[in-house]
Design a protein around this ligand. Structure first.
Ligand code: ADP
Ligand code: ASP
Ligand code: MG
Length: 456
């Protein structure tokens, strides 16, 4: 069979961190893969908690004892799984050599951090977990499996921490290197990571394995993408915040994209872009309980309710710019955006009044934490206007359909929130959402109240 005959005939299945947390969890993934002979490509995250430990090391840990403690935790997580393998020898060698690499990179980071070194370090989680998962699948004896280093296909630019995939290169490399491998066996590869044209390791941003899986599915023209996680589908809101949240059996690409963009952690914000481009249906389910079913994300869905879901995104930074000269003047906003563009600052939400503009800063990179307005940009903006920066804010988004054309519901929404201090409201630009900023300390309560009022 030629490589091109194989393209388009199989599924890509992605397993998140909790799904590959330990031997039992990985064995459940193996059973899911075995139960669907269409699944030929498996994209895995790092074992649960590993990326956080690596990010701490990458941020530079000067205290040697703390560094050793973090290294010990990393070794424990992986050794506990290796101990349960029937034939651990070769895999043990690979994993231990990655652990050695982490120790030296972490020492280097304790002297001098860099985004390039951070990506080199944080990628190690996926590099280890995929060695082990491929071995577990193989040892079960029913499905031959091989590990593949996705850095040979996932070509990105060198924007470390939030690298941009280079789609044409990825498609060509997948055709050449990945599709032929999928003919004989299940291929297990890494989410989250890639490489630039010089071979340096890059990452797509925290939670980026979903995005990787979608990009890989697109590059091999997969017939389906399965996202296996720790909940049986996409819920009306994060079930950890509102325990009465319920799973949504079917949702459109646009609604699910809005949810992901507005912080529903269940999907990385960019995940659905490649899936939509190639009309690949996406399934979200729980690897702990696959029998519960899950959510199908498709182009066409049967129902388009006014209220679909609530999402919460914290760590928001709001910048308010005030200029006395803005009153009836033109060119102020153009100047503001010229400065932001010059400093490569991506703006998320924006509201304006006659003399002021408030905006929130986008964050996608691997470092975590709230995005900061760079000092140079602040100084330049201050020549134009006053600059106020606020942290500890969260964005609540109500997602639905035809929202800009429906009457009366704003009263229900804002009535529910009458005791809350809303800092910024965005409404009207998209028919699919209404969103607002409020203080972090009350954001979960706002979600709970809205969920009770609109969904329960
Ligand atoms: P994975 O490691 O599998 O990628 P994540 O932790 O990134 O898993 O995403 C799954 C989590 O997303 C769930 O445990 C849940 O707490 C959270 N979540 C946020 N919003 C939603 C939602 N609308 N529906 C379901 N889960 C959600
Ligand atoms: N392991 C990475 C993270 O924790 C990527 C992912 O799991 O999606 O962010
Ligand atoms: Mg995730």
């Amino acid at each position: 069979m030629s490589a091109s005959n194989v393209a388009g005939s199989f599924n890509v299945a992605k397993f998140g961190g909790t799904s590959v947390a330990n031997f039992e969890a990985m064995s459940r993934c193996a059973a899911i893969i075995e139960n669907n002979s269409n699944t030929k490509l498996v994209v895995s995250s790092a074992c649960s908690g590993v990326t956080n430990l690596l990010v701490e090391l990458a941020n530079g840990v000067q205290d040697k004892a703390r560094r050793q403690e973090l290294m010990a935790q990393l070794a424990d997580i992986h050794n506990a799984i290796l101990d349960q393998l029937a034939d651990p020898i070769s895999i043990e060698k690979e994993v231990h050599s990655i652990l050695d690499d982490i120790a030296s990179a972490a020492e280097a980071a304790s002297f001098q951090t860099s985004t390039k070194l951070t990506d080199h370090l944080v990628a190690c989680g996926e590099l280890m977990s995929t060695h082990i998962l491929a071995q577990i699948i193989s040892e079960r004896g029913t499905t031959p499996a091989v590990r593949f280093d996705i850095r040979d296909v996932m070509r990105t630019n060198d924007d470390f921490g939030k690298a941009e995939p280079q789609l044409e290169d990825i498609a060509a490399l997948a055709q050449e290197k990945l599709i032929p491998l999928c003919q004989q066996q299940v291929v297990v590869t890494q989410g989250f990571i890639g490489a630039d044209s010089e071979g340096n390791t890059t990452t797509l941003g925290r939670g980026g394995s979903d995005y990787s899986a979608a990009l890989i599915a697109e590059s091999v023209q997969a017939i389906g993408l399965e996202i296996w996680t720790d909940v049986p589908g996409i819920y009306t809101t994060d079930p950890r915040i509102a325990p009465k949240a319920s799973p949504i059996p079917e949702i459109s690409f646009s609604e699910a994209s809005e949810m992901a963009n507005f912080g529903a952690k269940i999907l990385h914000p960019s995940t659905l872009v490649p899936a939509l481009r190639h009309q690949i249906p996406v399934f979200v389910g729980s690897s702990k309980a696959p029998e519960l079913g899950g959510t199908w994300i498709r182009q066409e869905v049967e129902s388009s309710p006014l209220f679909r879901a609530l999402a919460l995104r914290c760590n928001q930074t709001m910048v308010t710019l005030r200029s006395a000269n803005m009153f009836h003047a033109y060119g102020f906003l153009a100047k503001v955006f010229e400065i932001l563009a010059k400093h490569k600052i991506s703006v998320d939400l924006i509201t304006t009044s006659e003399i002021s503009v408030s905006l929130t800063l986008d964050q996608t990179d691997t470092s975590g934490g709230a995005p900061e307005l760079p000092e140079a940009a602040r100084l330049e903006l201050e020549e134009l206007c006053s600059v106020d920066i606020e942290h500890d804010l969260c964005l609540v988004a109500l997602i639905g359909n035809n929202m800009s054309e429906s009457k009366g519901y704003a009263k229900q929404v804002f009535g529910t929130l009458e005791d809350f201090n809303l800092r910024m409201i965005c409404y009207g630009a998209s028919p699919h959402n209404l969103c607002f900023l409020l203080n972090e300390s009350v954001s979960k309560l706002a979600i709970q109240k809205l969920h009770q009022e609109l969904f329960e």
